[in-house]
Design a binder for this molecule. Structure first.
Ligand SMILES: [Zn+2]
Ligand SMILES: [Zn+2]
Ligand SMILES: [Zn+2]
Length: 275
């Protein structure tokens, strides 16, 4: 019997930049005892049908996320953009590059690459860490995404990358076979929506920070509008703030007749088919 190979996506963190609970906040969601309302910073892990492990974003919670998901090696890392909640755990990749392991390849777009160089010059200095301490041994690659959707093949895994506006900067959307990961943007261009629809996605993980309109993020109405435009088989909301209570939001979404929309939660494991 033929079995269709599946890719796996693990939600390492489903929360907005502060994480939930937010330090100092006593709102019902931050005080909720439910694990569904405890959200580390937004990140996912892909286990591809080809046997590769790929991390998207290095959050300030990275060490805990890698331990919790029992990650003891990675093949590649994508970084969507340079905001602290997506980048500032990058040093926690260090143990995964200790000798005799090879350098770990990191893929991002030019704007973020420039920010990493300015913020973390030691990552690019081969002399750093010769005496104790050390630095993660990374090969940080800058992708030019200025001409639109750009393909990248990593040892048999096909990725398509493009930029979405995120406040004054841009965040990299990542498409792998029948899955798209779109975080930290306030809009998606109509041409990209159309292209995503033509992909007949099985899984779309999409930004949704709150219900009220937001200047740099998608908010519930807009996330749902885009999900309907893209029409994946199933969609999951991520990067959620403390005004979104898991069960209440799930109930609200269940009355919608369109695509199946899930509220992502930490340690959730999803699958999607190979293209
Ligand atoms: Zn963010
Ligand atoms: Zn709160
Ligand atoms: Zn951001």
């Amino acid at each position: 019997m033929m079995t269709t190979k599946q890719h796996q996506l693990t939600v390492l963190g489903s929360g907005t930049s502060t994480g939930i609970p937010m330090v100092g906040c006593h709102c019902p969601v931050c005080l909720s005892p439910s694990p569904l309302n405890k959200r580390l910073r937004a990140s996912v892990l892909l286990d591809t049908a080809n046997g590769q492990r790929i991390l998207i974003d290095t959050t300030p919670d990275l060490r805990l996320q890698l331990l919790r998901a029992k990650v003891d090696s990675l093949d590649h890392v994508f970084i969507t953009h340079d905001h602290a909640d997506h980048l500032h755990g990058i040093d926690d990749l260090r143990p995964l590059t200790f000798p005799p392991r090879p350098p770990l390849s990191v893929w991002t777009h030019e704007q973020t690459h420039g920010a990493i160089q300015r913020r973390y010059p030691y990552l690019f200095d081969p002399a750093a860490g010769r005496l104790g301490g050390g630095r993660p041994n990374l090969e940080i690659n800058a992708l030019d995404l200025s001409s639109g959707v750009t393909s990248l093949e990593l040892k048999g895994d096909q990725f398509e990358l493009f930029l979405n506006p995120h406040g004054t900067q841009h965040s990299m959307a990542i498409v792998h076979d029948s899955m798209a990961y779109i975080v930290d943007c306030h809009e998606i261009a109509p041409s990209h929506l159309e292209w995503l629809r033509s992909k007949k996605l099985e899984l779309l993980i999409i930004d949704c920070v709150q219900k009220e309109p937001h200047q740099t993020h998608l908010w519930l109405d807009r996330s749902v509008e885009y999900i309907e435009a893209i029409a994946p088989k199933k969609a999951g909301l991520i990067h959620m703030g403390h005004k979104l209570e898991h069960i209440a939001l799930e109930r609200e979404l269940s009355v919608l007749k369109s695509s199946e929309i899930m509220v992502c939660f930490d340690e959730q494991v999803l699958t999607y088919r190979t293209a």
